[in-house]
Design a protein around this ligand. Sequence first.
Ligand SMILES: Cc1cc2nc3c(=O)[nH]c(=O)nc-3n(C[C@H](O)[C@H](O)[C@H](O)COP(=O)(O)OP(=O)(O)OC[C@H]3O[C@@H](n4cnc5c(N)ncnc54)[C@H](O)[C@@H]3O)c2cc1C
Length: 489
Amino acid sequence: MGALRRPLGALPLRLLVALLVLLAAAAAAPTAAAARRDADIVLVGGGTAGCALAARLCAALPSRRVVLLERGPPRNGTEEFLVGVAVPRRGLWQQYADDWLAAAERAGLPSVSEAGWPQPDRGAWVHRLTVDAAGRRRDACSAYVTPALGGACAHNLRVVQGVAVTKVLWDDDRAAGGAPRRPAAGGRRRVTGVAYVMSTDRDAARPRVRSLRARLAVISTAGAVGSPALLQRSGIGPPAVLRRAGVPPRVDLPVGEQFATRPLVGVTHSYAGGTARLAVENNGSVVASAAARRAWEAGRGGVLGVAAFAGLGRVPDGDGGYVSATFTVDPAPGDRRFRTYCMTNTASSGQLAVVDGSPFTPPTVITNLLGGGAAEVTTMLSCLRRVAAVGDAFAPRFAMRQTEPEPGRPLDEAYVRDLAGSSAHFVGGAPVGAVLDGRLRVRGFHNLYVVDSSAIPSIPPSAGTMASVYMLAEHMAGRLARVFRPVGA
Ligand SMILES: Cc1cc2nc3c(=O)[nH]c(=O)nc-3n(C[C@H](O)[C@H](O)[C@H](O)COP(=O)(O)OP(=O)(O)OC[C@H]3O[C@@H](n4cnc5c(N)ncnc54)[C@H](O)[C@@H]3O)c2cc1C
C-alpha cells in the first residue's frame, strides 16, 4: 500500500519506463479482436459501385484497411451460371445479329458503329456483352474485387458477405430526442461506423446486432434502393416518412424524394421459321431448359443466360432526345417469342420510403411511371412503332407475326399505360444536390458518403445506368484516395 501511495516521481525509473511503453503499445496496437472489428473505410454494398470503389481504394491506399460489407451470401461457384451469359458459338451469334440488323435497316434504322462519334440520332447496333476472352460473364466483383484480393490488396481489403447493414452510427445524438434539424451548410457530424446483422438472421425475432468501426469514413454503395433505405433507417430523411416507419428522425433531408426509373414497354412477335437459330437450346434461359442446364454443368457451355444477343437502336423523339431499344428472345422452351423493348428518358420521379427499421423489409416505392407529361407517352409510342416495324421486317423465313399488342389492338396510349413497367434503371434516391454535397458527402456529415446509382440525380439521357455508375465509382475512387491518403504518403 505504501508503495502505491508514493508519488509518481518516486517510482523506480525502470518501472516507469516499462509502464509507459506498455501504455503506448496498448494505444497504438488494439487487441487482435478489436483489429478484426475495425476498419479505416467501410463500404456498404458489394455491387457495381462498391466492388469498383473497394478495389481502387485498397490499391491506392495500401496502409488503409478497407472493408466491404455485402448482404448477399458468399458465391458458391455455380451462381455465375444462374445469373450469367455464356457466349454462344460466335458464328451463331453473328448470324442472328445480322438477321436483326438487316430487319432494322429495312425498317429505317441503319446499322451504325457503337463507338462512332458523333453518334447519329438514329441507328441500330449490336452491343458488346461483358464477357472475358473465354466467354464467361464478368461483373464488378469478378473483374475488380477478385484480382484485388488475390494481389495488391491481399493485406488490406476484407470482403464480408452475408451481412446486412442496419444503420450508420454517429456520435452526435443531440437531435435524437428532439426535432430533427436541417443540417447547416458545412455541418460536421462524424460517423463512427455501422451496425449490422447476419443475413441468415432474416427471420430471427431478435437478430444480434453487431457493429464495425470506421476510423475514416463510411461509404454507402448499397445501390439505388439500398442507399436511401440505409440513410432512412439511420434517421436521415423526411421526418414524416421516418416517423411512419418507427424510425426516430435525426437529420431532415429529402432522401427518397427524387427516386426515378426509366419506363419500359415491349412489343412481341412469335416466329415459326428460322427455328434452328432461335431455338431455346441456342438462346434459352438456363432456368427454362433442363437440357441446357445439364450441358452447362457438364462444362459444354453453349447457353445464353438472357438473350441470343442484345442490340440497341435509337430513334429521335419529338424533342430531339432519343430512345433506346433493347432486344431479347423470350426463353421459354417451345415458346418462340421475340421481344423488343423500348426505354425512354423520363422527367418524372417518385418516392422511396422504408416501412420499418429492418434491412430485410423492402421499402415502398412509388415509381410515377410516365408521369412526366404527354411527351413521355408519344416518345414511347414512336419507339414502339419503330421496333414493331423491325419485327415485321425480318426475313420471310422467320414468319414473324406480332402477338403483342394482339391483332386488332392498336399501339396507342392505352397500351403504353397498361404495359409500362420499370426498366430497373433506378437513380435519385440520395441525389447530389438535395441530399449530397458536391463531394458526394451526405449533407451535414464530414465522412459519410454515397457513391452509387442513388447519387445520380436524374436518368442519364444517353445510356443505361450501369456505365454511369462505373464512371462515378472510378471518378470518386481518385478523389477519395486523395482525401484519405496518409499525410506525407
Ligand atoms: C435485371 C436488371 C437488368 C439491368 N440491365 C441493365 C442494362 O442492361 N444496362 C445498364 O446500364 N443497366 C442495367 N441495369 C441497372 C444496373 O445494373 C444498375 O444501375 C447498377 O448495377 C447499379 O449499381 P449500384 O452500385 O448503384 O448498385 P448495385 O449494383 O445494386 O449494388 C448494391 C449492392 O448493395 C447491397 N446492399 C444493399 N443494401 C445493403 C445493406 N443494407 N447491407 C449490405 N449490403 C447491401 C446489395 O446486395 C448489392 O449487392 C439492370 C438492373 C437490373 C436489376
